[in-house]
Design a protein around this ligand. Structure first.
Ligand code: NAP
Length: 453
């Protein structure tokens, strides 16, 4: 068995069965047989997803509690995640109701005259889904919902640190009518179970959300499969002097620090026009120092623990390295009662880890720029490209940003940490190679089959 521990106090909060390579093989064979049976039609899949969304909506509190216990995510944020998972299932149900192919205008060419052609969308096959620890419910829903809509059985490998929400979601889907062999969970270490799953001949698609290092390695391990990667970033936010700093600081309090910064689109690099930077630093530091740090189960808590002590130490090392190289510490930068305090750093060199890599901790870095063009160039100077945010009241600058920023999403007058579950979500460069969101994921999970009469 795997013991799941509360990152806040180390208490065991649950156990799940540990799988090995033989279980992965059995799970893949089960999924393959479910696919071949072909007895779970589109309307039935839609009904399951609709019922599951209703059941989950009634159980937000209990799912949120599980999320908090296993991940250390503050309970208010966990409730928001559970609510979002209802949306994800609802949008997946809508896809199941509407998924269809299209006609091909055969008569449009002389060679096609007298023929009728159309395209069916058929399930890509068995999906291997691998998910990270930081959204243990909603990111699992983003794999399972679209796969059910598309007609693909799933073998799911959740993060070893946070498998409880995934087990609870699959139970809920079965209660809603999902055939029991449609989804199998294999919990176990990534380098054992994960590798066995990725290289197994049955899955046609590997849908992975996690770190760039693991994701791109999986891509190379499975050259003949479709591999969808949703990876990390060091998301930039550009702040023009005409923006309202109090509003932005209130947003960054959440965007840089909710779940202690452990979000793939956590706001990390904040570029502020040099004329306005001293004032922005003051407003932001004050806001960040007002965050409540502590027990994630308390309603008042804004920031809880990182997933492990080793991660907290890594983040602190990165802060200390930046300060050692001339950065200024404006808030936090130390541990208190075992928790890393929300940290604001200014003027770190661009090549230190704190700027150049994904920090995945409760830290934002404030950096200066002299012109809007320079801000765009600095934001683009990254190996990653998930979301970028820009605060400006100048429409021309907003449109220039939308055209120039090399990211999967450009958010005007919003932090890069915002995500709607129905949008096309994903990145460029090392941040990934796909788009999630039920409408888009269903298209990844189906193949086009051309039919001609
Ligand atoms: P991770 O270490 O890459 O783990 C993600 C998943 O991959 C876990 O289930 C992990 O299993 C598994 N895994 C590890 N090694 C593997 C291998 N060799 N083969 C197959 N699977 C393997 O990431 P994490 O620390 O859980 O999550 C944080 C990362 O996810 C961050 O980089 C974050 O930006 C990214 N993320 C991206 C998005 C997005 O949508 N773009 C969303 C959320 C998070 P174990 O748990 O057993 O190690």
């Amino acid at each position: 068995m795997i013991e799941v521990r509360n990152p806040y106090n180390g208490e065991v909060v649950g156990t799940v069965p540990r799988s090995g390579a033989a279980d992965v093989d059995a799970a893949c064979r089960t999924a393959e047989a479910a696919l071949r049976r072909d007895d779970f039609p589109q309307h039935a899949r839609a009904e399951v997803l609709e019922r599951a969304a209703d059941l989950l909506a009634d159980r937000i509190e209990s799912f949120a509690r599980t999320i908090t216990l296993e991940s250390g995510k503050p309970i208010r944020t966990a409730k928001a995640e559970a609510q979002r998972a209802v949306d994800t299932l609802t949008f997946s149900a809508a896809e199941a109701r509407t998924l269809a192919g299209h006609m091909v205008p055969m008569e449009a060419s002389a060679a096609g005259a007298g023929r009728i052609g159309f395209v069916l969308r058929v399930p890509v096959g068995v999906v291997a889904a691998i998910t990270p620890f930081n959204f243990p419910l909603n990111l699992v829903a983003h794999k399972l919902g679209p796969a059910i809509a598309a007609g693909c059985p799933v073998v799911l490998k959740p993060a070893t640190a946070t498998p409880l929400s995934a087990f609870a979601l699959v139970e809920l889907l079965e209660e809603a009518g999902l055939p029991e062999d449609w989804i199998t969970i294999v919990a176990g270490r990534g380098d054992e179970v994960g590798d066995a799953l990725v290289t197994h001949p049955v899955p046609a698609l590997v849908s992975f959300t996690g770190s760039p290092a693991v994701g791109w390695r999986i891509r190379s391990l499975a050259p003949h499969k479709k591999v969808s990667l949703e990876l990390g970033s060091n998301s930039p936010l550009i702040v023009e002097p005409d923006a309202d700093f109090t509003t932005i600081a209130a947003k960054v309090k959440v965007a840089g620090f909710s779940h202690a910064g452990q979000s793939c689109i956590s706001t990390q690099r904040i570029f502020v026009h040099r004329n306005a930077k001293p004032e922005f630093e003051r407003v932001l530091s004050e806001a960040v120092e007002s965050l409540v740090v502590g027990d994630p189960m308390e309603e008042a808590t804004d920031v809880g623990p990182l997933i492990s002590e080793a991660e907290a130490k890594r983040v602190l090392d990165w802060v200390e390295e930046a300060v050692g190289q001339g950065a200024r510490l404006l808030a936090g930068g130390r541990m208190e009662d075992g928790l890393l305090l929300p940290t604001v750093v200014a003027d770190a060199p661009l090549d230190v880890d704190l700027c150049a890599r994904e920090v995945f901790g409760p830290v934002v870095v404030v950096l200066g720029y002299d012109s809007f063009d320079q801000a765009l160039e600095l934001a683009n100077r990254s190996d990653f490209g998930l979301h970028a945010g820009v605060f400006t009241n100048d429409l021309d600058k907003a449109l220039l940003a939308a055209r120039t920023l090399e990211f999967g999403g450009v958010l005007i007058n919003e932090v890069p940490t915002y995500r709607a579950d129905q949008q096309p979500y994903g990145g460029v460069k090392q941040s990934g190679n796909t788009r999630e969101g039920p409408h888009y994921a269903v298209r990844e999970m189906t193949d086009l089959r051309f039919v001609m009469f």
